[in-house]
Design a protein around this ligand. Sequence first.
Ligand code: 4AD
Ligand code: MG
Length: 469
Amino acid sequence: MKTIKRTRVTELLKKDCSHLLEKEVNVKGWVRTRRGIKNVAFIALNDGSTIHNIQVVVDVEAFNNDDLLKKITTGACISVNGVLVESMGKGQSYEIQAKEIELYGEADPDKYPLQKKGHSFEFLREIAHLRPRTNTFGAIFRIRHTLSFAIHKYFNDNDFYYLHTPIITGSDCEGAGSMFRVTTLDFNNLPRKDDGNIDFSQDFFGKETNLTVSGQLEGELGALALSNIYTFGPTFRAENSNTARHLSEFWMIEPEMAFYDIHDNMDLAEDFLKYLVRYVMDNRMDDLEFLQKMYDKKLIERLNFILKNKFERLSYTEAIKILEASGRKFEFPVSWGVDLQSEHERYLVEQHFNKPVILTDYPKDIKAFYMKLNDDDKTVRALDVLFPKIGEIIGGSQREEDYAKLFKRIKEMNINPDDVWWYLETRKFGTAPHSGFGLGLERLMLFITGMGNIRDVIPFPRAPQNAEF
Ligand code: 4AD
Ligand code: MG
């Protein structure tokens, strides 16, 4: 076969690729469908560069290679040389009249699981190695890429530095205690101390270590030197939550800013979220429109709803009053002091305010040790951003910068100060007011794509009893 430089499908379908018209081009990709009439075969080819397929037209008689054509079935991978021409068919601008075809890989129609008909998301999760080849997951993973790029772009354009925080840590940032242990000890022959407890001084790092639940504590160290930093990496939680909103491994974005109070922090969170939604709308409308057409007629309306509305800001205490006065019967009853469930969060966002909501000043007993204590001695300067359909999408706070108050809180919460001596030292040397938050990438992906299950917005989900691929 003649060597011609490959052109991606997305390029070939652009209105302005007329310079290639009537020229011979090469395209490579996976066959979505093949149909035929009389002596013509139509192959819909996709290379993942766009939701749209390019149509390859084969004159069967002129081609004179039935053996090859027989193997061009759904899922097969081929390389095509042919002439780019304007398409007669509606819905597509250009198509390729094939001259030469090379078959890279067959896909036996009796065995290849992704035949034309629609599959359930549950089934597709079982074949996560192949699901990126569906239209839906192609769209989702392109959106995920664009969103990740936009995150870096936003921070870079706003003078934040990307700080890499460790994946393996010896501390528990959120104090939830649900962490995955990292060890090289031999489980069949564990070293013991005199009191019978395991001797972690003999472990790889000479101490107990875990996969991080958050990069925040190290992020604060960065902010108290570089002013504005952000982290963007995988985080791990060993909670046994088998829900459509929880993963055991998820990606979190955590900006941390010196000299920001909680109001600056909320302004940033709102601006950041709106920027990201707008960026995906500006750059991935094809994919969004596909998802809207297939699954969720209100998708783009909901994205616009975020852009249009100023987020409603109120305190946890005010929110509890609204929930109590709502007359609603919630599965989890509400009263001051309880942690809010997504049913409460969604009531506030979808029923009461009908706009995104930022709740602040939560009871200290349901929040982590590092949050700045309010003068009432009961609440902390926490913030949660709540979105329609999702509930909590961001959690953050102003941080306690006062050494004595922070130390007292650490003792009250039974954290060993020796484990976080380095964190405490930032409050001894040149401490400063500062704030930050964490955005769950997959929660935002859920919102932007309209998918119902968080396992469908990450390529290879990790969840209880689930680490295949
Ligand atoms: O509210 P969280 O636990 O806050 C923190 O980890 C702070 N250290 C953040 C900070 O202030 N720098 O988690 C932050 C966000 C949540 O709002 C949610 O979007 C997401 O991370 N998240 C999860 N996403 C998927 N699966 C899970 N199990 C998640 N847990 C939290
Ligand atoms: Mg939270």
